[in-house]
Design a protein around this ligand. Structure first.
Ligand SMILES: Cc1cc2nc3c(=O)[nH]c(=O)nc-3n(C[C@H](O)[C@H](O)[C@H](O)COP(=O)(O)OP(=O)(O)OC[C@H]3O[C@@H](n4cnc5c(N)ncnc54)[C@H](O)[C@@H]3O)c2cc1C
Length: 394
């Protein structure tokens, strides 16, 4: 590269080898059980959701009610931003059916209390509904008859979305991509950032955005960003209960199941919250998800239970990041820094990531260099500077 880039983003999107690497994070990490390449036959979608990645009570413990409101405003804006962009690059990668945060009959009152709390936060949640009869909801499971409905939520083919955005940026001529490379060092200098690639090559940039997900190879964030595994299965179920496509469903009780119908099968995922510095347990964890989907929606054939295996069912895992207070880490460590962080989006990061990314140009002094009032307010929650005791030796 001859000209010094203004902003170098590590990592800006899916690489051509997307889906084939085990030790990468998030969107780019997904690996199938038998290691086969993605031939497009399995689910590539992400749920776009407004809600926190923990209960409201847990989020409020860390950030107060004002912080909870900030998060929900940010995800509300992130949803609109991402849906708008998805429509610009081809709306068929998006399905807007909302999400249902569901519970069993015995948990109805707890879920109602959660709903009342969310509604009390004002306009960030003014369109939520408490649903007491799910009979009309396509793909709903009869074990969960109560729900909070989030009408803005959606489902996106996140892989295709990222690829199309990347293609558009490259076509603009204002952006170049360095494929199949790994950054092993970022030096934050007073005049310029020096970025070292694993090939030994050095690249200079006015600013660097570290958007490396969870497996941060740079020592700066160790301890703050915790890599964890999330598992997925794309499960054929009884034809009596299957639908082609559905809204998102999440369980309220902390058993951490989230699922939707995609291409006529249940796409079910669950985080195990264990360190991704350990080996994954794909067969066991995805196996449990498959059994759960069969318990809820019935098996796809009349084969006796004892003879049913998980063979041939798509099972995947990937790595996402957890932060100590369930919010991402965004921005520079100090005013003089040229390194902007955009990491730690947690388990349901698809939506907050969009919002957080929209802050970056202004944070680095581009596009006029000024955040508007709502962006400034959101930054009070998201800024990396809230971890003020983080060692400053980088
Ligand atoms: C199996 C699974 C299912 C999920 N389902 C959902 C869902 O339905 N809805 C939802 O909202 N969220 C979901 N998530 C979480 C979501 O994927 C993350 O919140 C989101 O991907 C975070 O985006 P990110 O850009 O911060 O990180 P990532 O998507 O992890 O992207 C970081 C990129 O940086 C690259 N990178 C890392 N280090 C380097 C380096 N040194 N040099 C160059 N490149 C580097 C990685 O290869 C990767 O491509 C899921 C996660 C997993 C694992």
């Amino acid at each position: 590269m001859t000209e010094r880039p203004k902003i170098l983003v590590v990592d800006a999107g899916p690489s051509p080898g997307e889906g084939h690497e085990t030790r990468k994070s998030g969107t780019a990490t997904i690996k199938t059980r038998d290691g086969r390449h993605d031939d497009g036959s399995f689910s590539r979608i992400k749920m776009m959701t407004q809600i926190f990645t923990c209960s409201s009570a847990e989020f409020v413990k860390h950030h107060g009610e004002a912080g909870a409101k900030r998060y929900l405003q940010a995800t509300k804006a992130g949803l609109e931003l991402q849906k708008g962009l998805a429509k610009e690059v081809g709306g068929e990668i998006l399905s807007e059916m909302g999400s249902y945060y569901v519970c069993s009959p015995s948990q109805r009152d707890e879920l109602k209390a959660e709903y009342d709390f969310l509604r009390s936060l004002g306009d960030c949640c003014d369109d939520l509904e408490f649903v007491e009869n799910m009979d009309h909801v396509l793909g709903a499971c009869e074990d969960f008859p109560f729900a909070i409905y989030f009408p803005r939520d959606a489902v996106i083919d996140s892989s295709e979305y990222a690829k199309r955005l990347m293609k558009r940026s490259l076509a603009s001529g204002q952006c170049v991509a360095l494929y199949n490379t790994r950054v092993i060092g970022v030096d934050d200098g007073p005049e310029v950032c020096t970025v070292t690639l694993h090939s030994g090559e050095t690249v200079y940039a006015n600013h660097v955005v570290v958007a490396t997900g969870a497996m941060d190879p740079l020592p700066q964030l160790h301890g703050l960003v915790r890599p964890c595994y999330s598992y997925l299965a794309h499960v054929p179920v009884s034809p009596d209960n299957a639908v082609q496509q559905s809204a998102n469903f999440f369980t309220w009780d902390g058993s951490a199941h989230d699922w939707c119908f995609d291409q006529g099968k249940v796409r079910v995922s669950g985080e195990d919250h264990f360190s991704a510095y350990k080996d994954p347990h794909l067969a066991e964890r995805s196996g449990r998800l498959i059994d759960w989907a069969w318990e809820k929606y019935g098996r796809p054939s009349t084969t006796p239970v004892t003879e049913m295996t998980h063979e041939g069912i798509t099972q995947q895992f990937g790595i996402y990041s957890e932060t100590p207070d369930h919010a991402p880490l965004v921005g520079t460590r100090c005013d003089e820094s040229r390194v902007c962080f955009l990491v730690g989006c947690n388990a349901s990061g698809q939506t907050i990531l969009s919002f957080a990314a929209s802050l970056v140009p202004n944070l680095l002094g581009y596009r006029g260099g000024k955040l508007d009032e709502s962006q400034r307010d959101a930054l009070r929650l998201l800024t990396i500077r809230r971890f003020s005791e983080l060692p400053s030796s980088f």
